[in-house]
Ligand binder design. Structure first.
Ligand SMILES: O=C(O)[C@@H](CO)OP(=O)(O)O
Length: 281
């Protein structure tokens, strides 16, 4: 009475294979990027780079709101990555707290740090424009491969003088352009984050304006002149859906040249983007 014909076994195996394949292709690869909330040095309009300033009061509010938006969207991060800098770390903590995901694993990596601003770190952005001119400062801020002036190991801003970077070595004369930032952000994404996405994990990254510009340049295939125009707002979740080859699926409502979409009030987001741009007028 338990005899099952070979054909019905084959038929049920085929049905199982089909439904498994359907589940696999239905698997969404979701990647959420969040730039840290406004920092005290954003507020004071200083070049920040790897300087470890905290969030401002407004920044603390922005990151709570970012977490609430992620919760409301129903996004459940499985794993998170952030930098070695407290403005991004606290942003991640707030987002995880608000979205009730504080238990997920977190990796801290200097590779996700802000672009190092060399000898500009600590300088007032507007005073730097007054001294060197708007064009020069814009080149330092937004050109693809022109780095700001270097710091050497005698500078408090050189990573050699900071124990959190003791496991890594950096050039004695140090600074970063967007291009060299990309050279450490993209390998980190490929080596650490891509395998997690392939496993079907929803990944959350809390990082910085320029480390995220480097990452979206890679994800969205943005060219070198277009990336110069791109500014990332503080404390605003940017959601990417990726296909089975981890190519970006363009999202409705995305602000070009990005194909991921920002969560929240789109007018307020555009105003935040303008605010970043206008830090050097
Ligand atoms: O100062 C910095 O480190 C960055 C981000 O705050 O500034 P900018 O937007 O000028 O690259």
């Amino acid at each position: 009475m338990f005899a099952v014909s070979r054909s019905s076994l084959l038929a049920s195996r085929a049905a199982f294979t089909r439904s498994f394949a359907a589940v696999q292709t239905a698997d969404k690869h979701t990647l959420v990027l969040v730039r840290h909330g406004e920092s005290t040095w954003n507020l004071e309009n200083k070049f920040t780079g790897w300087y470890d300033c905290p969030l401002s009061e407004k920044g603390k509010e922005e990151v709570v709101e970012a977490g609430q938006l992620i919760l409301k969207e129903g996004i459940k991060a499985d794993i998170a990555h952030t930098s070695m800098l407290k403005r991004a770390i606290r942003t991640l903590w707030a987002v995880l707290e608000e979205s009730d995901r504080m238990w997920i694993p977190i990796s801290n990596a200097w590779e996700l740090n802000e672009r190092h601003y060399g000898a500009l770190q600590g300088l007032d952005k507007q005073e730097t424009v007054d001294k060197y001119g708007k064009d020069q400062v814009l080149q330092w801020r937004r050109s693809y491969d022109i780095p700001p002036p270097i710091v050497d190991t005698t500078s408090e801003h050189h990573p050699a003088s900071d124990e959190r970077y003791a496991a890594s070595t950096f050039p004695e004369e140090f600074t970063e352009s967007l291009a060299t930032t990309l050279d450490r952000v993209v390998p980190y994404y490929n080596d650490k984050i891509v395998p997690e996405l392939k496993e079907g994990k929803t990944v959350l990254i809390a990082a910085h304006g320029n480390s995220l510009r480097a990452l979206v340049k890679h994800l969205d295939g943005i060219d070198e002149s277009t990336i110069a125009e791109l500014n990332i707002p503080t404390g605003t979740p940017l959601v990417y859906e990726l296909d089975e080859d981890l190519k970006v699926i363009p999202q409705a409502g995305a602000i070009s040249p990005l194909q991921g979409r920002y969560l929240g009030d789109q007018d307020a987001i555009r105003a935040r983007i303008e605010g970043v741009k206008n830090q050097t007028k």
